[in-house]
Design a protein around this ligand. Structure first.
Ligand code: DC
Length: 218
């Protein structure tokens, strides 16, 4: 039986998380925030004092980490039984995640963990390679982007709202650096799937993006 999947890929700060969560809720589907898996891995490796430059050692951490996603009103992520939700959104974690995500051995280990989220009645999957690699047979694919300036502004606001100290110029620079690393890596680089619906959210509201994605799934 085909379990429907909607993939939403794009660079950081494009609004993928907000849009994916809203659409998953409207459709009554499950939600996979694949970035949080790479973020959790980075946290686990750093906590275990594993050298992030050591691909085999990081892949070993990926193999052994026990991740649980508990969805109440807000998503709670537990790593080996400990709540790490508050540590996930920082840009430091994002940058380390982007580094470990470039390793083919890591991506191989994490592939099945992500595929396992495909359960009835359907899945909204958010990330960089959801439509190109992990769910290449997805029923609906979106590539959501926005200008680096707009994404920097949004990320800055998000972090402020979470009470995390941030500097706008620094955030925008870090976003651009992360985009480059994620797009230029050899394995599963960030790029639109050939059959993805390309959406630039720089000049439209998130509500309008949600609307357009919902129309796509009809
Ligand atoms: O979406 P995010 O900002 O939480 O992702 C953090 C990093 O994880 C991102 O810079 C690259 C990596 N990532 C990835 O390589 N593939 C995915 N499907 C999702 C995230």
């Amino acid at each position: 039986m085909n379990i429907p999947v909607l993939t939403i890929d794009g660079p950081s700060g494009a609004g993928k998380g907000t849009v994916s969560r809203a659409v998953a809720k409207k459709l009554g589907w499950h939600y996979l925030d694949s970035g949080s898996i790479y973020r959790s891995l980075a946290i686990s490796a750093l906590d275990k004092q594993v050298d992030l430059l050591d691909e085999a050692a990081v892949a070993e951490v990926a193999k052994n980490m026990q991740l649980a996603f508990e969805c109440d009103d807000e998503l709670v992520v537990k790593l080996d039984g400990i709540d790490i939700t508050a540590r996930l959104p920082t840009e430091e974690t994002g940058a380390s995640a982007s580094k470990v995500a470039a390793y083919p051995a890591v991506r191989k280990v994490l592939l099945q963990k992500q595929k396992d989220f495909r359960q009835l009645p359907g899945l909204v999957a958010d990330g960089r390679d959801m439509g190109t690699v992990v769910f290449s047979d997805a029923d609906f694919k979106v590539y959501l982007t926005a200008s680096a300036k707009e994404r920097g502004d949004r990320r800055f606001k998000q972090l402020k709202e979470k009470g995390i100290d941030a500097n706008l110029d620094k955030i925008t620079q870090e976003i651009m650096l992360r985009d480059r690393r994620d797009s230029e890596r050899k394995t599963a680089p960030l790029m639109p799937a050939e059959d993805a619906f390309y959406l630039d959210s720089s000049d439209i509201s998130i509500a309008e993006v949600i609307n357009q994605v919902m129309i796509l799934t009809e």
